[in-house]
Write a protein that binds this ligand. Structure first.
Ligand code: GRF
Length: 219
């Protein structure tokens, strides 16, 4: 294992399928990051079992045990520092973060959001996209900024919205793309190919090398 692979913590609250996609991608010997910790605010999060099976360190920091958000985050921060974490990936981590925590990880914390930001910040993105009748929907990996679901975009993938879609079918098609773009975005960020420049991300890759718009083919 290369000494300069970035030490990554993935923060989850539930299923953890994006975390799993990161763990699987990081098995490649030339991947510039290793997942060394999976942390959850929910002790029963299904993703923790997968991480344990993989021999990855896990931690639970139950937000309900703390008087306020920042006290919870200080406990999370202590755990991250104990494990020598260099990059944080939020993957279905269902906690609103304080500016204090976001500032600790400025340019070093990624999130995946199931919509093409800046459209559809917040929850229930697939239901809202269907209600609006948009024809293209997707997913975004971005650096985390204090404003929720609003940070500089690293990678996006688009899928076509079909007339026959229900929220579940659209979510499933978006999720399939999430599992491709999160490993790609982490690779770019950990390897130094994606860098913050003000409010934008500059990517040192040729456009042709990046599946920046993975449009679902409609036959
Ligand atoms: C994903 O849709 C992700 O985009 C959103 O929360 C969901 C988490 O799913 N932030 P999983 O736990 O990674 O399976």
């Amino acid at each position: 294992m290369s000494a300069n692979r970035k030490r990554v913590a993935v923060l989850i609250s539930g299923r953890g399928s994006n975390m799993r996609s990161l763990v699987e991608a990081a098995r490649a010997p030339d991947y510039p990051a290793e997942i060394v910790l999976v942390l959850s605010n929910v002790a029963t999060a299904a993703g923790l079992d997968f991480a344990r099976q993989q021999g990855i360190a896990t931690a639970t920091v139950d937000h309900k045990a703390f008087p306020d958000r920042e006290a919870f985050e200080r406990a999370v921060q202590e755990t991250l520092l104990t494990h020598g974490i260099e990059l944080v990936c939020l993957a279905g981590f269902m906690r609103v973060l304080t500016p204090w925590f976001v500032e600790q990880w400025r340019g070093r914390m990624l999130n995946i959001h199931p919509a093409l930001l800046p459209s559809y910040r917040g929850l229930h993105t697939h239901e809202r996209a269907l209600a609006d009748g948009v024809k293209i929907h997707g997913a975004t990996v971005h650096f985390v900024s204090p404003e929720m679901d609003a940070g500089p975009i690293i990678v996006q993938a688009a899928v076509a919205v079909l007339d026959s879609d229900a929220p579940e079918s659209l979510a499933a098609r978006v999720l399939e793309q999430e599992h491709k773009i999160y490993p790609l975005a982490l690779k770019l960020a950990a390897g130094g190919a994606a860098r913050l420049e003000g409010s934008r991300v500059r990517t040192e890759e040729t456009a042709a090398a990046l599946p920046a718009a993975l449009l679902w083919p409609v036959s």
